[in-house]
Ligand binder design. Structure first.
Ligand SMILES: Nc1ncnc2c1ncn2[C@@H]1O[C@H](COP(=O)(O)OP(=O)(O)OP(=O)(O)O)[C@@H](O)[C@H]1O
Length: 446
């Protein structure tokens, strides 16, 4: 609680100082207008008690200056009878209140406490707004490659429509981020955006989460429960990993997409809901269709508008801006100040193949910011396998093709948290070949 008392009468200032110091305030004094303006440049005051008549400049002028330099500071004008009109005028210029001398100290104290509360509230609101602004900046889809520019154009075009969108691309390429960008730019942006990870749920759970159920539909269904489709009415539903859902669920989803109708589990009634669906997958739906695992009609219904994100290794021009973006994101979260990468570190980041795509880059940079001692990321702050894979010269006989393959498999497995089905997909080999290679390179335990 910082208070500044501005008055040319020393005994008056000293008296006020004692009153407020006893109440726990940090009190500063200024004998004239210029001293007050100078002190406000050094300290952020919550409240200023400002006499209208000062020896050098007018108190009203000081009020204007203080407002410019510290907008959250609340200013209480002190005036004699002769200048009451000026004090009233000062309210129009943003003064918190005014008091006519001689005043009751209890009254002054109540006023100062109230002004302090207002200053605190304004500062907190501003800090929250600022934080929100910074966070929203970190949710933007960043990039400067031609590919990213085209993606952003597609987002702009499809966002205002009601079309279903299918976003495809390898894991970590930013599919969810693109879905959020579409949602934010759509007419439904004031309604909810809900993410469902289809691969994380069993069939009946997924169905009951989405469409709801009625009492008695299955053991444990002790009362009716609304599904997300009803809850999110007029909002946007993001169905992630859509390639992993069962044929039964595909049929129900298709029905909903075609007619907006659904039936809760166990119910004989049909309901309607208006929800925009955005789906995403890192699997090849056309291949799944060939294998009979994905319904063709559902594919065409979802694929009304397709956005395909290229892997990061195919758009390396995005890496420098993404690096800058993730450095400020990590610094914001970790309260550190690392501004850039050394040229050598940047070269490593640009030469590496990023099987985990942008997510992997983000994780590598967060780790690097934690390790970094200075204000720039150095080679040593990057993980060893990235360095060896990125920097190995072609003539390096120590790094044989087999070693590169071993390290790459290990990295992909780390990215997929040990999920071998996904790792095999990412590596473009069958699960059987992956098991063979794991045995060959003695990687089973790792
Ligand atoms: N172009 C980008 N600009 C900024 N951040 C990005 C970009 N692409 C991805 N990211 C970040 O990378 C991480 C992974 O992105 P996201 O979850 O959207 O990927 P995904 O393709 O949906 O992955 P998955 O298939 O595994 O679900 C997130 O933290 C996201 O913010």
């Amino acid at each position: 609680m910082n208070l500044l008392i501005v008055d040319d009468e020393v005994s008056f200032r000293v008296h006020l100082r004692h009153v407020f110091e006893r109440k726990g305030y940090q009190v500063a004094e200024a004998a004239d207008g210029f001293e007050a303006i100078d002190k406000a440049k050094e300290t952020l005051f919550d409240v200023v008690l400002l006499d209208i008549i000062l020896p050098d400049i007018d108190g009203i002028e000081v009020l204007k200056q203080l407002h410019l330099s510290s907008p959250f500071t609340q200013i209480i004008m002190m005036t004699g009878n002769a200048t009451v009109e000026n004090a009233i005028a000062s309210m129009k210029l943003g003064a918190y209140d005014y008091l006519v001398k001689p005043f009751d100290f209890e009254e002054l104290s109540i006023l100062v406490n109230r002004a302090f509360e207002l200053a605190r509230l304004k500062r907190e609101r501003e800090a929250a707004e600022h934080e929100k602004f910074l966070k929203s900046r970190f949710e933007e889809f960043i990039g400067q490659s031609e590919h990213t520019r085209q993606i952003l154009q597609l987002v702009e075009k499809v966002a205002p429509t009601n079309s279903t969108v299918l976003i495809t691309g390898e894991t970590g390429t930013g599919k969810e981020l693109v879905a959020k960008a579409i949602y934010r730019k759509s007419a439904r942006s004031d309604k909810p955006f809900i993410v469902i990870n289809c691969s994380a749920m069993q069939d009946t759970l997924l169905e009951s989460e989405l469409f709801g159920y009625i009492k008695g539909a299955f053991t444990g269904a002790v009362k009716n429960k609304s599904g997300l489709i009803e809850v999110v009415n007029s909002g946007t539903l993001f169905l992630d990993e859509i390639g992993d859902v069962s044929p039964e669920f595909q049929t129900k989803l298709l029905r909903f997409l075609e007619s907006g109708e659904y039936r809760p589990l166990g119910s004989t009634h049909t309901y309607k809901s208006d929800v925009r669906i955005i789906a995403a997958t890192n699997r090849d739906l056309k291949e799944l269709m060939k294998q009979g695992k994905f319904r063709e009609d559902l594919f065409y219904r979802l694929n009304v508008f397709n956005i395909h994100l290229l892997p990061l290794r195919e758009r390396p021009e995005d890496i420098p801006v993404l690096v800058e973006h993730f450095l400020s994101k990590s610094c914001f979260a970790l309260k550190k100040c690392v501004k850039k990468c050394s040229p050598q570190a940047m070269k490593i980041l640009q030469d590496y193949s990023w099987p985990g795509n942008v997510r992997e880059l983000e994780n590598v940079l967060e780790r690097a910011v934690i390790l970094c001692d200075g204000n720039q990321i150095k080679e040593d702050d990057l993980p060893g396998d990235i360095k060896s894979l990125a920097t190995a010269p072609l003539s390096d006989s120590n790094l044989k093709l087999e070693e590169v393959e071993r390290q790459h498999i290990l990295r992909v497995l780390q990215e997929t948290n040990g999920n071998k089905t996904r790792a095999a997909q990412l590596l473009g080999i069958s699960k059987k070949s992956l098991y063979f290679k794991l045995r060959k390179y003695h990687l089973e335990k790792e």
